[in-house]
Design a protein around this ligand. Structure first.
Ligand SMILES: Nc1ncnc2c1ncn2[C@@H]1O[C@H](COP(=O)(O)OP(=O)(O)OP(=O)(O)O)[C@@H](O)[C@H]1O
Length: 297
């Protein structure tokens, strides 16, 4: 079994009355490329911040490289790009990388790194003169400068166009192919599918599922059967019901069966459409379906 680089054991973090992360236990092992998914407010950033020593758990424990995530020795071996990054506007791109590199014993080659992230030729540009997407890629590049053992990227490609996103993905893949470990959050299923081998899904501060990409794909295969109907009969496999004006949306993993069952139950309906749900919607409905089940018990 590969070495555990980061670990949370029953970690809880509260902000006043809000439980942002609720008794979460998880391990990130050497060589993994892990995607952390979930809707807004699920607790992803809070979990990451505990693992990298930016926040202390209210209860439970967190470890980084077997020690305290807040210790300088642990912090030196991680590379992090937070959601929001502020780069000094008057520093040139090369100066920015060199400045960070000066803190590490064996930094990566600056120009090779910039090339990997599609920032070639911008070495002399002031960071304030970069496009938003270029700034974002530079911020991600800085996470890799010190040859970290673990890279943690919080929504690395938000706001990037397709080309920039792909350049960044390639940079992440190269690092991983060289044995690096990556934990990244994203709202984009496409991004997780392109990169991650293991997927952790969070909702409401807890881990809803943690498994291979395949197993999570199965989980998000939710369809929205939209129709006009007065009364919805009891149906197997119905995950949730939404009202949208005079339309009703029925959430299910098996739309064909749901429609057959509707007909078999003699339900009167019209104007049927079947739509896929976005990843975020799917997770929200899974979370809500869980709550409804719990309430019914
Ligand atoms: N500093 C803080 N003070 C108060 N509440 C906070 C703070 N940070 C996070 N929260 C709350 O904790 C919960 C989890 O937030 P968190 O940022 O960890 O979620 P997230 O999954 O990263 O969301 P997003 O996808 O929007 O970044 C939310 O309800 C949020 O409002």
């Amino acid at each position: 079994m590969a070495e555990t680089l980061a670990r949370a054991v029953a970690a809880t973090r509260r902000y006043g009355g809000i439980v942002a992360v609720d008794q979460v236990s998880v391990e990130i092992r050497a060589g993994e490329l892990v995607g952390l998914l979930g809707p807004n407010g699920a607790g992803k950033t809070t979990l990451i911040n505990m693992l990298i020593g930016l926040r202390r758990p209210t209860s439970g424990t967190v470890e980084l490289f077997g020690g305290d995530p807040r210790s300088p020795a642990s912090r030196r071996a991680i590379g992090v790009t937070p959601q929001e990054t502020g780069l000094p506007a008057t520093l040139r791109v090369a100066e920015c990388v060199d400045f960070v590199a000066a803190h590490y014993p064996d930094p990566v080659d600056r120009d090779e790194l910039l090339g990997r992230l599609g920032l070639d030729g911008l070495q002399r540009r002031q960071t304030g003169g970069l496009s938003g997407g270029q700034q974002r890629r530079l911020a991600v590049a800085l996470a890799f400068v010190g040859r970290p053992r673990l890279v943690v990227l919080d929504e690395p490609t938000t706001g990037l166009d397709v080309e920039a996103r792909h350049a960044l993905w390639q940079g992440i893949r190269d690092y991983h192919a060289d044995g690096g470990t990556v934990l990244l959050t994203s709202h984009y299923l496409e991004e997780i599918e392109a990169l991650a081998e293991r997927v952790i899904v969070m909702g409401d501060g807890t881990i809803l599922t943690d498994g291979s990409l395949e197993s999570v794909r199965g989980m998000v295969g939710i369809r929205r059967v939209s129709l006009r109907i007065d009364t919805v009969p009891p149906l197997d496999g119905l995950l949730g019901v939404e009202r949208e004006g005079d339309r009703t949306n029925l959430l299910t993993r098996d739309a064909d069966r749901l429609v057959r069952d509707l007909v078999a139950a003699g339900a009167v309906f019209s104007d049927l459409e079947i739509r896929t749900t976005s990843l975020e919607e799917a997770f929200l409905s899974i979370t809500t379906a869980g709550d409804a089940d719990a309430a019914a018990v």
